[in-house]
Design a protein around this ligand. Structure first.
Ligand code: ADP
Ligand code: MN
Ligand code: MN
Ligand code: MN
Ligand code: MN
Length: 337
């Protein structure tokens, strides 16, 4: 029987931003295993800020499996961290999602590629041309010599893995990029963001490049990085209406602080009211308004207030499980009749 290399990956207990961890288990299967065929596994939680040394065992529970085309017979296995008694570990944000298979999420992950502490394409000790030509740009002076190669390889590996990328683009700052992932089911979308981040981090190792997910790595007139969360429920897609929309926005406004708390650290550095953002302490919505907290697409307003909405506040370092969990919690507070 062929031996499969199963890379079990999970989120550690670091705060406010968990790190990805992974280790390989070799197991024999007739063919590429299904999720149900994967055993739970364990790790030393005292090395990941998830347990004390005196009682260090944590459990890895597989929740999704993806083919890994960078290895022969390879798979990436997304895991939730559980306590030995079978309940979710306190760091397990995925387990807090009020699951809703009818909720669809599209995340737009922005990030910088950095080498020796500088975004790719920044000259040592100086600055490149100001922002303007980099967004969706082309050519060495705009993109540099290696960034696109990384971005293209990342896309190939993700598509091989079955990750539902919708697109990629160069972003407004030099060395800044974006990919979009859409999923039916909030957990499916959020799992795929974490796996895509894992693949990108690992790919960049061989280039001597790191991925900077911080939401505002550069001071001055340089864009920060977000992770806009586009969302819809079955009710929003099929029923909607202005009255329901107004109640939903009132609930988002009431829970503004709780949303910000779930949307990634240091967001005050990014949500300034400039660079296509609303201030961190204000809530607003607007049709096609990229300076609002929530952008209502034209298609939504024109279609009797039905469709999907874009929460522009989540940042690039945010945990998509925590973000989806908070959005679904607020939606659940609003009666649909
Ligand atoms: P922009 O950059 O203009 O905000 P993008 O095209 O980058 O727009 O992202 C819009 C995202 O909206 C897409 O990635 C897609 O995943 C998401 N989306 C589209 N339709 C729906 C829907 N019905 N429910 C949830 N998300 C959706
Ligand atoms: Mn050992
Ligand atoms: Mn986008
Ligand atoms: Mn963008
Ligand atoms: Mn967007």
């Amino acid at each position: 029987m062929p031996k499969f290399k199963l890379e079990y990956i999970w989120l550690d207990g670091y705060a406010p931003v968990p790190n990805l961890r992974g280790k390989t288990q070799i197991k024999e299967y007739e063919k590429f295993p299904t999720l149900e065929e994967l055993p739970d596994w364990g790790f030393d939680g005292s090395s990941t800020q998830q347990a004390d040394g005196s009682d260090s065992d944590c459990v890895l529970k597989p929740v999704a499996i993806y083919p890994d085309s960078t290895r022969n017979n390879g798979a990436i296995v997304m895991c939730e961290v559980m306590l030995p008694d079978g309940t979710p570990h306190p760091s397990n944000s995925r387990a807090t999602i009020l699951d809703d298979e009818n909720a669809w999420f599209g995340f737009e992950q922005e990030y910088f590629l950095v080498e020796d502490g500088l975004p790719l394409g920044f000259p040592k000790g100086g600055y490149p041309n100001p922002q303007g030509e980099y967004y969706c740009g082309v050519g060495f002076k705009n993109v540099g010599d290696v960034a696109r190669q990384i971005v293209e390889e990342h896309l190939e590996i993700c598509l091989d893995a079955g990750i539902n990328h919708e697109g990629i683009n160069a972003e407004v700052a030099k060395g800044q990029w974006e990919f979009q992932i859409f999923g039916k089911g909030s957990k499916r979308a959020a799992d795929q963001i974490w796996v895509a981040r894992y693949i990108l981090n690992r790919l960049c190792e061989s280039y001597g490049v790191d991925v900077e997910y911080h939401c505002k790595p550069l001071t001055g007139d340089w864009n920060g990085s977000g992770m806009h969360a586009n969302f819809s429920t079955e009710y929003l897609r099929e029923t909607g209406g202005k009255e329901y929309f107004d109640k939903l926005m009132a609930a988002f406004e009431k829970n503004c602080d709780e949303h910000i708390a779930a949307y990634g650290p240091d967001n005050h550095m990014r949500l300034t009211g400039l660079h296509e953002t609303q201030s961190i302490d204000q809530f607003s919505w607007g049709i096609a308004d990229r300076g609002a907290s929530i952008r209502v697409p034209h298609s939504f307003a024109k279609n009797d207030w039905k469709g999907y909405l874009e929460d522009r506040r989540p940042n690039s370092q945010g945990d998509p499980y925590a973000i989806a969990s908070r959005i679904l919690k607020t939606i659940a507070e609003v009666p649909t009749s």
